[in-house]
Design a protein around this ligand. Structure first.
Ligand code: 9YT
Length: 134
């Protein structure tokens, strides 16, 4: 069994701060754990308003705190986000995420992230990225 602690992970290189200034994410479970998914605790900063398109990954996002909305670009639908909301990008949906206040999210990715991924110009993560190690 593997046991990790968020406060400790935040003090390590598992904490990735996005260069776009929109979010940071502590990647508590990664590809090298061989679970078939990765698990992250992500903070979306207040006022963030940005586009993502995970062409290479499926992602589910559970809101633990904060308020915002997610908009799917294919149909222009907007879905409010508040504590308890889970949105599931089952169709690799291109989307915009807006944070009206700071949001704390629990995120799962399939396939798992390697560790150091940040969004490329398309708002996607590459399948090959640098790993992090404890
Ligand atoms: C909700 C979302 O996709 N935020 C971007 C960061 C991502 N959750 C990650 O890399 O942990």
């Amino acid at each position: 069994m593997i046991v990790r602690n968020l406060a400790e992970a935040e003090q390590s290189n598992r904490r990735i701060v996005s260069p776009d200034g929109n979010w940071e994410s502590t990647r508590m479970l990664l590809k090298d754990d061989n679970m078939g998914f990765s698990f992250h605790i992500t903070t979306i900063y207040q006022g963030a308003d940005f586009r993502m398109h995970y062409k290479n990954h499926l992602e589910s996002v559970y809101c633990m705190s904060g308020e915002g909305e997610v908009e799917t670009l294919a149909d222009g639908k907007k879905y409010p986000i508040s504590p308890g909301t889970l949105y599931i990008l089952d169709k690799h949906d291109e989307h915009i995420l807006r944070a009206f206040s700071e949001m704390k999210m629990a995120c799962v990715f399939n396939p798992p992230l390697n560790g150091k991924e940040v969004h490329n110009a398309e708002g996607a993560y590459e399948l090959v990225a640098e790993e992090i190690s404890d």
